[in-house]
Design a protein around this ligand. Structure first.
Ligand code: MN
Length: 430
């Protein structure tokens, strides 16, 4: 089915600024609370949030096979379950409704009043109920940097790394939308030179610059997804900050991998940009040597050219961009990750979230974590206000942004923004 919604020449009757991440060619999906405190599924064009529940009730999606309440829900899971054909029909229809020459909604003031919201009238929610969350470790530059620091520069990559998209099962209960502050976690760490651990606030709180993809129901238990079909089961992507406590991680991760160092928070951008909208930004993926096993050999192996950046905002309102990376640096593609994830018959559900792993580029200014940017604290990162950071301080805000651009169109993700508060203090009783 053609994706008319991607037509770069299309213009909308809504006013959209040139630099907007959300032109009419984007049409992402999200969930928000309206000014009347009603939860609904919506999309965004420019700085307008569009209530898809209201549009559907007013008949704008008639002749697309959708249940009556598909957009009147507090998550996108059921809509995602409807599959790629439905996503395309709906994106194409939204594009038509807001296309410049279409006057149906444009000239209906009553309808516009219930359908359109300004961004400051609404509150974005988590877009999906995440049943399961998996985090991969698929940037070769990141894995090499970490292996060099923690183990051996001559054998930085472990022997399995070039053969398997390495990953672990994370915890979905602490995935939060942009804007939700978090507390510096408490935990066990082993001080340098000590042989018994201490308990206290983590002193090495870090971000991980990642993206995550969201799946639809892909398979029945026992059935693998082939690498060449895998992308049909990916609904879209978000920016993903996988908060990490490096000192807790170092002490706890042997032998079963990350645990409390990783599950205190992961923050996501609230609009899911569909893989369809990202199609014009497919790029050839990096060569793989050695060749992976046949079930991981993807015919048209491609990545996506998504510019990424991280900034630290300080309490006094100062903001400094500290890293610029790109999703295209990933060694393993999303299709390879999903094929590997299901090759043993593992079932994947609608709304599952898969993190890419920290996305580091080849140069030191493109590293995706403070661990790498400050090289374990040996090279402090300078901020605009003259202060330095080795890791993230209390009351710092970490801001991640991402966008694709070519000569015709810019498709962006908006941002994921999270403030790190001091450790949680229980309210005193009495
Ligand atoms: Mn991670």
């Amino acid at each position: 089915m053609p994706i008319y919604a991607n037509d770069p020449s299309r213009r909308t009757w809504l006013s959209v600024s040139e630099e907007s991440d959300f032109p009419i060619q984007n049409i992402p999906f999200g969930v928000f609370l309206t000014r009347d405190d009603i939860i609904t599924i919506g999309t965004r064009i420019g700085d307008y949030a569009i209530d898809l529940g209201a549009l559907h009730q007013l008949g704008y999606f008639k002749d697309i096979p959708l249940t009556d309440d598909i957009f009147l829900q507090d998550t996108l899971n059921d809509f995602i379950s409807d599959g790629q054909k439905t996503w395309r029909l709906v994106r194409n229809r939204i594009s038509e409704i807001f296309e410049k020459s279409n006057e149906t909604l444009k000239n209906n003031e009553d309808h516009k009043t219930v359908v359109l919201f300004s961004m400051d009238e609404i509150e974005m929610q988590l877009p999906v109920l995440i049943g399961d969350y998996t985090d991969f470790y698929s940037s070769k530059e990141h894995a090499t940097n970490v292996g060099t620091m923690f183990r051996d520069p001559d054998n930085a990559l472990l022997p399995n790394w070039l053969h398997i998209p390495v990953g672990y099962h994370g915890r979905s209960s602490t995935i939060i939308p942009s804007g939700t502050p978090i507390h510096r976690p408490m935990g066990q760490t082993l001080p340098k030179g000590a042989d018994t651990p201490v308990f206290g606030p983590s002193r090495l709180v870090d971000f991980e610059l990642e993206m995550a993809f969201i799946t639809t129901d892909t398979n029945v238990l026992g059935e693998p997804i082939s690498v060449d079909e895998a992308e049909e089961y990916i609904f879209g992507m978000v920016l993903f900050n996988d908060w990490s406590a490096r000192d807790i991680q170092k002490w706890e991760y042997v032998p079963l991998g990350p645990f409390l160092a990783k599950n205190f928070a992961s923050s996501v951008s609230p609009w899911i940009v569909t893989l369809d909208a990202l199609q014009p930004f497919q790029v050839k993926s990096t060569e793989q040597e050695p060749k992976p096993l046949p079930y991981l050999q993807q015919k048209e192996r491609h990545s996506y050219d998504i510019n990424l950046q991280v900034a630290i905002g300080t309490e006094n309102g100062n903001e400094t961009t500290i890293s610029k990376s790109n999703f295209k640096y990933m060694y393993w593609t999303m299709a390879q990750q999903l094929a590997h994830h299901t090759v043993n018959g593992c079932k994947v559900n609608s709304g599952d979230m898969m993190g890419s792993g920290t996305i580091s580029g080849p140069t030191p200014d493109s590293y995706g974590s403070m661990l790498e940017l400050s090289w374990q604290g040996t090279k402090p990162v300078k901020l605009n206000d003259g202060t330095e950071r080795k890791f993230i301080q209390d009351n710092d805000t970490v801001i991640m942004k991402g966008y694709c651009a070519n000569n015709d169109v810019r498709i962006g993700f908006g941002e994921v923004r999270t403030t790190l508060l001091p450790p949680f203090e229980a309210k005193k009783k009495g």
